[in-house]
Design a protein around this ligand. Structure first.
Ligand code: ZN
Length: 478
């Protein structure tokens, strides 16, 4: 017989019993910010604590040195809980400061709260396995340590390696300024290097001997910018010139490259757009008599939302309720808001869902589950998991309303008690929702049926070709 209350209370008890340890884990990861695919110490910290909990650890998952899987239990349905832990460049910040000040000049920082994301998901996995044992529910709990969400798409590599193929349902969360279950999809993305090889020569004495790779980069960009008028309005193409060919105008540039990001609400459309961009690059090479090497640098699929799981998660988020922020939380957030937070953007966006939010310091409610499936103009590698496994995500309030992602204002709040409160809420929500799925496999059956229906005739094709590994991308000049 189902007894929802038992699980909710048991999980709350387990989360609370472990919360101090996992908040400390989040703080340690915050203090050792590591960039994409370099998260060795953050991985070691998580493996240590999960091993102590009795999880079986597989390191080097999918051949990626900073990916790992921690598994507990056997048989029954398999629940996947996704964690991240990569930081962002040059966002070092003194914690809890009200002004922008580097903790270490030029160092990296946790500007997207992935310290909380990884520790919170690990806490959910640890609390879930205790509750299952106590309640005698069969199932396997798997925490996926996923590197490089910010750049590189760690989960996409794990998906390509088949590591999600036997998972029944998957859950994730992201630290935020609001409490909600996400109903949105995201853009699929393909990242590609276009590398042009020409011939160097003295630009004044023998210009006719040179073939400029920089000319090719420029002509390609011009061509792509003309293409914009003739591509779907919901697609996005952006680029950075990642190698200009050097600083000397009197030498014809023998090598130049650009990195393109091509996005669309559906992966097959992004792939079609990529084919068009590639033709333009080939045209630029033809015009300049240079040669072209195209190298896919990464990619992520769009999210396939799962209404069945969203509804179960939403019910749990509402039952657990939002965090309670105290006077000290408010005092800091209020000062930060007055001195350093933007009035627009995130606040403006969320105000369209609940106009009263713009005047609030913290979100102490739960936004209703949106009935409209909108496409968020961003990309996440959770998308790749969602093509293979029914997946749901929640956002919880860890930061003051008005805080932008990837800013020092977010970094400064990353170790505060308010951030921990949001993380604990996420852990409870994920663990309770996962417990519901394990206790009631009919939810899993319905969630899987929904995924099958949404995919229709499509099946998952990884946007990163089989031969590309993260380390290849460092060999830029190859
Ligand atoms: Zn993030």
């Amino acid at each position: 017989m189902r007894n929802d209350r038992l699980s909710l209370e048991e999980i709350a008890r387990q989360v609370d019993a472990k919360a101090l340890d996992y908040c400390a884990l989040s703080d340690r990861i915050w203090s050792m910010p590591e960039l994409a695919f370099e998260e060795h110490r953050s991985v070691a910290e998580q493996c240590t604590i999960l091993e102590r909990e009795g999880f079986r650890i597989t390191t080097n998952a999918g051949g990626i040195p900073t990916a790992f899987v921690a598994e507990y239990g056997q048989g029954g349905p398999v629940v996947g809980i996704l964690g991240e832990y990569d930081a962002l460049p040059e966002l070092s910040q003194v914690p809890g400061s009200l002004k922008h000040e580097f903790a270490t000049q030029g160092a990296d920082g946790h500007g997207c709260g992935h310290n909380l994301l990884g520790a919170g998901s690990a806490l959910a996995a640890a609390a879930l396995k205790e509750a299952l044992a106590i309640e005698g529910i069969a199932g396997t709990v798997r925490y996926y340590g996923c590197p490089a969400e910010e750049s590189g798409g760690g989960k996409t590599y794990l998906a390509r390696a088949g590591l999600f193929d036997d998972v029944d349902v998957a859950f994730c969360w992201h630290p935020h300024v609001i409490n909600e279950v996400s109903a949105t999809s995201t853009l699929a993305e393909i990242q590609v290097y276009f590398r042009f090889h020409g011939r160097a020569t003295h630009a004044a004495m023998s210009p006719h001997m040179g073939r400029s790779a920089l000319d090719a980069v420029e002509l390609m960009n011009v061509g792509v910018n003309y293409m914009r008028e003739h591509m779907p309005t919901d697609a996005r193409v952006h680029y950075a010139v990642t190698h200009t060919g050097g600083d000397a105008p009197n030498t014809v540039q023998a090598y130049a490259e650009s990195l393109y990001s091509i996005r669309s609400p559906l992966l097959p459309d992004a792939q079609r757009l990529f084919a068009r961009v590639k033709k333009i690059a080939e045209g630029a090479a033809l015009m300049t008599e240079t040669t072209l090497v195209v190298q896919i640098a990464g990619g992520s699929s769009n999210i396939i939302p799962n209404r069945v799981l969203q509804e179960v998660m939403y019910e749990n988020l509402c039952r657990i309720g939002p965090p309670t922020f105290d006077e000290a939380d408010y005092a800091f957030a209020k000062q930060l808001r007055e001195t350093a937070l933007a009035e627009e953007s995130v606040t403006a966006n969320i105000s369209s869902r609940d106009p009263s939010l713009s005047s609030k310091i913290f979100h102490e409610g739960v936004l209703s589950l949106s009935s409209r499936e909108e496409v968020e103009m961003g990309t996440t590698d959770v998308g790749d998991v969602s093509w293979i496994v029914p997946t749901a995500q929640c956002h919880t309030a860890c930061f003051a309303i008005g805080t932008e992602f990837h800013t020092w204002q977010l970094v400064t709040q990353g170790k505060l008690p308010a951030a921990h409160k949001g993380m604990i809420l996420a852990a409870r929500t994920i663990a309770t929702t996962a417990a519901d799925c394990l206790r009631n496999p009919a939810i899993i059956i319905r969630a899987r049926a929904e995924l099958k229906e949404r995919l229709g005739s499509h099946s998952y094709v990884c946007p990163i070709p089989p031969e590309v590994m993260p380390e290849d991308l460092r060999k830029k000049l190859a």
